[in-house]
Design a protein around this ligand. Structure first.
Ligand code: FES
Length: 105
């Protein structure tokens, strides 16, 4: 399906010793416990932040006329809803995403 397209994995996010801002936020906000789901959570967070910036709505976006969806906790949870965390680190994952997006928590 993605023949000829560029795919970035968790290993390709950091620039040498410098973590991607979402990776840094996950560390600073304790966005993980065992780490089993963390690669997927971080990659999905980066993708959903990009989609939000491009104005793509989710099922819970209230104002479809806005150029960029307001990233409320509900909006973030919906956009991340395909990622299951058996440690239930969800509150910290939301906090990490908000920090990476520059939203006060
Ligand atoms: S941090 Fe353990 S499964 Fe998510």
């Amino acid at each position: 399906m993605h023949d000829g397209q560029s795919i970035t994995t968790i290993e390709g996010l950091a620039a040498g010793e410098n973590l991607h801002p979402v990776q840094t936020a996950f560390v600073e906000r304790d966005g993980f416990q065992c780490g089993y789901c963390t690669s997927g959570q971080i990659c999905s967070a980066i993708g959903m932040l990009a989609e939000s910036r491009q104005g793509m709505p989710s099922y819970v976006t209230e104002d479809l006329m806005r150029a960029e969806a307001e990233l409320t906790d509900v909006e973030i949870r919906e956009r991340m809803s395909g990622n299951v965390c058996r440690c239930a680190a969800y509150p910290n994952i939301v906090a990490a995403i908000k920090q990476a997006a520059g939203i006060p928590t």
